[in-house]
Design a protein around this ligand. Structure first.
Ligand code: C2E
Ligand code: CA
Ligand code: CA
Length: 507
């Protein structure tokens, strides 16, 4: 479950973002629908008021005359013909002068305190039949023409078939909802929206749709949600696959070479007798962006197996040329530059040309370029390899047999190869300590090396005892932590500028 958290988080983020967008869209349309519903209710109520106005106009001629049977009849007919009108009466000096109900009666319990406003919602307690009513009044000279409209017609007008939205009519400070009596407008829930009517003093109120509702989301966009879940799941899966795509060691190394992350470190090679710096061995380091410097032991085998050793060594050679040319004036006469080569690289087609180009790229022609060939791996000494190395030897390269004494190859090839240096493996030098017996193996390795009459380089010199021993045995070239560890180029410059002369003590 490597890197599973990030894909899960990403999938969740996509899902949440998707739900947020879909929900916002639904909320927005629901809100817009609610407003449309309110405007529709206004249209319905205005149509009822149009009837009231019509009835009012009819009553106008009756204001200034005696009402009588004729007046009652005319108002009664109008109330009967207009579907939403309950009563029509004329009020003068707090007295009903004419009404559609016989005997100038009306539905209201008390008209003396009736406020003089165009619209009024009257609660059930103030009507004779115990039902709330809306009053539509028009002043005409000293009189008022009053038309009453029953609550049920108003409720029909408010009954817009929109789910989860409830409309109410607000007149002044009174509210008529879908059920119950007229209520005062105060103390109502907060999330209330309203639309004001343009032509009359009333408004339609309704509940604002909630910002988020799972029920609404599922009801209106279940398919979209399902699609979102699929998309989020797929994105998470693809991301998971991508993050867990295992980069093979080969691939990682290939990229490291391309990015110039394989850099040369330089380990000084000293003259044991004089204690002076005679040259360097180039040792590969992986300058990893996260892990820091990685030792070659972990990536050289990968490079050899994958064939990447060729571009890797080429890159080191190029960097070495650049570095050495930059400090060419500071390099001692005949300075050694040792490079490690794998047998597979030496056997490759362009090896000789590569080496010659390498040699010609240096500013200085007196440098002693040493090709180090390890004996640690079984060396497949065939004619081609012998020819290649001998050809390079003739062209001014020195050949060093690395890790001498550890080899599997036997020594038969030494007759055919022109070898300039034998590098005694550090495991033999490392055994040397104060004890007399500790030098036994090294003694015999040195005897063997001496018998071949080839210059010897001792590796892995760490202690004074080891140095003393090697000096007593006239080993000229020494390499090891006793002198210097492998260092980056900037450190090498400092070493060169300090012109080291290590004190050598021979007992
Ligand atoms: P090597 O060619 O025998 O290099 C000497 C190794 O001994 C280096 O290890 C060096 O850091 C280490 N060493 C030097 N002085 C001392 C000392 O006093 N004590 C101890 N304990 N060790 C010391 P490093 O750099 O880790 O390299 C290991 C091996 O990796 C090298 O052994 C060489 O076989 C291989 N290698 C390094 N660079 C390259 C390269 O560019 N190409 C190839 N083909 N192989 C390389
Ligand atoms: Ca070496
Ligand atoms: Ca070695």
């Amino acid at each position: 479950m490597r890197n599973a958290l990030i894909p899960i988080a990403a999938a969740l983020a996509i899902l949440i973002l998707g739900v947020f967008i879909v929900n916002t869209q639904i909320w927005y349309t629901t809100r817009a629908d609610s407003f449309s519903g309110a405007r529709y209710a206004i249209k319905n109520i205005n149509a009822i008021f149009a009837e009231a106005r019509h009835a009012t106009r009819l009553a106008v001629p009756l204001v200034d005359i005696e009402c009588g049977m004729e007046g009652e009849y005319r108002l009664g007919t109008e109330a009967a013909l207009q579907p939403h009108i309950r009563t029509i009466f004329i009020l003068k000096d707090k007295t009903v002068t004419c009404s559609n109900l016989p005997g100038n009666r009306m539905l209201l319990r008390d008209v003396t305190t009736l406020p003089d406003r165009q619209l009024l919602l009257v609660p059930a307690s103030s009507t004779v039949n115990g039902l709330p009513v809306l009053i539509f009044q028009t002043r005409q000279a000293e009189s008022r023409i009053v038309v009453t409209i029953s609550d049920s017609h108003l409720r029909d007008a408010l009954d817009i078939p929109l789910k989860d939205v409830v409309y109410s009519l607000k007149v002044g400070n009174a509210i008529l909802g879908m059920t119950g009596d007229v209520l005062p407008a105060g103390n109502r829930q907060t999330h209330i929206l309203h639309v004001r009517a343009d032509d009359y003093p009333y408004s339609i109120e309704f509940n604002a749709p909630p910002l988020f509702s799972l029920h609404r989301l599922l009801a209106r966009s279940a398919w979209v949600l399902l699609f979102l879940v699929l998309i989020a799941g797929m994105a998470g899966y693809i991301l998971y696959k991508y993050l867990n795509k295992s980069t093979s060691p080969d691939e990682a190394l290939r990229r490291a070479i391309a990015r110039n992350e394989i850099v040369p470190f330089y380990q000084p090679v000293m003259n044991g007798q004089e204690g002076t710096l005679r040259g360097v061995e180039v040792l590969a380091r992986w300058k990893h962006p996260r892990a820091g410097y990685i030792s070659p032991g972990s990536f050289i085998p990968v490079a050899e197996k994958s064939g990447l050793i060729v571009p890797l060594t080429r890159s080191l050679m190029e960097q070495t040329v650049t570095h050495m040319n930059a400090i060419s004036s500071k390099l001692p006469e005949g300075f050694h530059i040792g490079i490690n080569f794998s047998a597979s690289h030496i056997s490759s087609q362009n090896f000789v040309e590569e080496c010659l180009t390498f040699k010609n790229s240096f500013n200085r022609s007196d440098l002693n370029l040493v090709l180090e060939v390890t004996e640690r791996e079984p060396l497949d000494i065939d004619e081609h390899l012998v020819q290649t190395l001998n050809h390079l030897h003739e062209n001014g390269f020195a050949i060093a047999l690395d890790d001498f004494g550890t080899g599997y190859s036997g020594l038969s090839y030494l007759h055919d190869l022109h070898i300039d240096y034998i590098k005694i493996d550090q495991s033999f030098v490392g055994r040397v300590n104060g004890h007399k017996d500790s030098t036994r193996i090294l003694d015999s390795v040195l005897d063997l090396a001496r018998s071949l009459n080839i210059s010897i380089v001792a590796e892995g010199v760490e202690t004074q005892e080891q140095l003393d021993y090697l000096n007593r045995n006239d080993i000229t070239f020494l390499q090891g932590y006793y002198f210097f560890r492998p260092v980056p180029f900037t450190e090498l410059i400092k070493i060169l500028l300090s012109k080291p002369k290590v004190k050598v003590r021979v007992e």
